[in-house]
Design a protein around this ligand. Sequence first.
Ligand code: G16
Length: 543
Amino acid sequence: MKILTVDTCPFPDQKPGTSGLRKKVPVFQQPHYLENFVQSIFDSIQAPPGATLVLGGDGRYYNRHAIQIILKMAAANGFGKVLAGRGGILSTPAASCVIRKYQTFGGIILSASHNPGGPTEDFGIKFNSSNGGPATETVTEAIFARSKNISAYRILEADDVALDQAGTTMLGNMQVEVIDPVADYADLMESLFDFGAIRALLGSGFRIRFDAMHAVNGPYAWEILEQRLGAPAGSVLNAVPLEDFGGGHPDPNLTYAHDLVEIMYGADAPDFGAASDGDGDRNMILGKRFFVTPSDSLAVLAANATLAPGYRSGLAGIARSMPTSAAADRVARALNIPCYETPTGWKFFGNLMDAGKVTLCGEESFGTGSSHVREKDGLWAVLFWLNILAARKQPVESIVREHWAKFGRNFYSRYDYEALPSDAANGLMQHLRDSFTSLAGRQFGRYAIQTCDDFSYTDPVDGSISKNQGVRLLFSDGSRIIFRLSGTGTDGATLRVYLEAYEADASMHHLDAQQALQELIAIALQVSELELRTGRNKPTVIT
Ligand code: G16
């Protein structure tokens, strides 16, 4: 087998976004496109010769093809071993788990997360470091810089590796070990949660539905929920991963997980419903005819954490992304532990967890997780909820309502305007920045703007600074409106408008969030000139 050095030219658009490089499949299919990016990773991460890499993805279209290329490039770049998920499958949290458990140099995860899959849909790739977490901005910047001046890549001339059965083969001088993608992760979950109590709950007539959305979590949910925990067959829906997710949009929210939503709001609704996304790191939690916002979910998990064996000794701290509601901050205050506010992107939590400053992390974008791995973790959140439900023996809705009664309610909603022309979206953001001086101190009905800024974060561990992380309008009563452009879309620009209002008065907690946030929504539309600038009179998705 021969190592080939292939001449190539740089592509200008290989800048990793919020979580790796995500593009349409035809972009990745351009000659040398994937290879350039993989070589840029290898050139930037300085792996010692003989290092071990973890490799897997969410099974979407192009996953198998990309894995073969990456294996041959890893062999040509001096790696000693690759641990690859059987069938090329590893959920994002499982990949993080395997990197940590076997103390590998890092891993490459193939996923475009919650974005649709298929020949004309999305694909993605990212590098995770030895802590199991997404590479820091310093590393992703180095990868991007390298991609702009790359002139050649190395690849082994070899046949494809058989990936569908566990076992070990050699690829040149590199060992490829095909591993069971589920076992290590399922064992980790069993070590964190009271499986006995959850099994008893599920055996007592408590009914659950988990919608895997034809994405990667199907086999994980089937093994854990139906096999190890004894949930009746059929509790896991859409459990077979498909390359195009069955034509669906594997994003667990009220719009895209509509099959589950219909079941959970139907006449004979089960007691608990949940869904996860393409690569298994996001989650949505539902009770009987009741939606738990991701921000509330983080706060409830934090307040009840000690009910789960893995968290019995308490939490070191909590972190949330800036646009996530401050519900978790109130719990942190009550527990007398620190709460950190980071920019959007799980990569910002890694340093805090490595330094032992936080145990739980969460984001409004349906992401919750803890220091058990360095990615958000969809099934973990589901099991945490089931553990709490088994311990408290109350319905989801009453647990959340009691939480609001104790801590107050942070009404919350996010409006997404997808596929906007980039110029219009950038213009709107610039208009807001230009308005900071005139907006500060202005009164809108009962709301007064106290300050406006563009969020900037200084990492308390390594001192790195991340600027321009979202425009914030902060009101005197603690309410907030935030405008941000998504870093994960592949189609024009996606504008996200985040709305939050705090209500201490329990007699108001029954209100619908859209009702409670009406005035703030009107202010957001007015100050941003959204309709005028984008031509949109309604959002694509409301969560
Ligand atoms: C990624 C990141 C998350 C982030 C989310 C949304 O999630 O890992 O930290 O909150 O994108 O980002 P944006 O608002 O920039 O689109 P995932 O599930 O797509 O990997």
